[in-house]
Design a protein around this ligand. Structure first.
Ligand code: ADP
Length: 241
């Protein structure tokens, strides 16, 4: 575990206390007096229309943005004091995964010299991201060069590399930004069920427009104009639609 030398390991909860956020030079409150608690091991869905503030909220939780008012505590510690340690524990999976002109294994164990790759982590990550079959089908397996000058990958395969890249580093919290944008349904269900099975060991935040992907969430936060309109379960959300 790469985090084992950290002074600080996320174990308990993330607390957002009456957070406001204004972008610099803007008078519009994008996040408005928002309070939320996320317990370790929870799987939280974040929904809301485009412009509601979902990405801004995630950027605040990651510590890329600093609240204009209010505070964010990680296990009771102000996020500003632990930013680097905190960020090391976050696996972020963007909508668009960037691949380097390098082997699959180096794209997953990103930034790790080849002779230092932890093959146990690599194998687990490949398995959880449903990449095993694909990698086995390649002539040079995980040593196959991908990216611009190597094997071209589909959008879904790229995203699965992104998921494996996050999981390789054994994050404490995994954040998906619209994960299904490029995943096909079959893989989406398999990957998400593997990842949901990690729930308990891992805290998961998922921004999604697609309700179906949120069915295993403990709670689903509906953002409207930077405020939490409602926190629901998947069932109650379906019954209200
Ligand atoms: P969502 O993820 O729900 O679509 P965002 O958090 O991306 O919402 O955006 C919320 C609001 O913040 C939008 O009105 C958007 O225009 C505004 N916004 C986002 N980024 C910036 C920025 N860098 N500067 C100013 N306004 C921004």
């Amino acid at each position: 575990n790469i985090n084992s030398n950290n002074q600080f390991d996320f174990k308990n909860k993330i607390e957002l206390r009456e957070i406001d956020y204004f972008y610099p030079n803007s008078k519009i409150k994008i996040i408005d007096k928002l309070s939320l608690q996320i317990s370790f091991g929870e799987i939280i869905g974040i929904i809301g229309q485009s412009g509601a503030g979902k990405s801004t909220l995630i950027d605040l939780i990651i510590g890329l943005l600093t609240p204009s008012n209010g505070k964010i505590l990680i296990d009771g510690k102000n996020i500003d004091l632990e930013k680097q340690n905190w960020q090391k524990q976050i696996g972020y999976i963007p909508q668009e995964v960037y691949l380097f002109d390098d082997t699959i294994k180096s794209n997953i164990a990103f930034g790790i010299p080849e002779n230092k790759i932890n093959y146990k982590n690599l194998k687990e990550a490949i398995k959880l991201a449903e990449l095993e079959e694909f990698i086995q089908s390649l002539p040079e397996k995980e040593n196959t060069i991908i990216g611009d000058r190597g094997t071209k990958l589909s959008g879904g395969q790229k995203q699965r590399i992104g998921i494996a890249r996050s999981l390789y580093f054994k994050p404490k919290i995994l954040i998906f930004d619209e994960p299904t944008a490029s995943l096909d349904i079959k893989n989406e269900e398999k990957i998400m069920s593997h990842i949901f099975n990690l729930g308990g060991d891992l805290t998961i935040l998922i921004i999604s427009h697609r309700l179906s992907i949120l069915k295993d969430c403990n709670k689903i936060v509906n953002l409207v104009n930077g405020k939490i309109d409602k926190i629901s379960t998947y069932k109650s959300l379906l019954n209200n639609n």
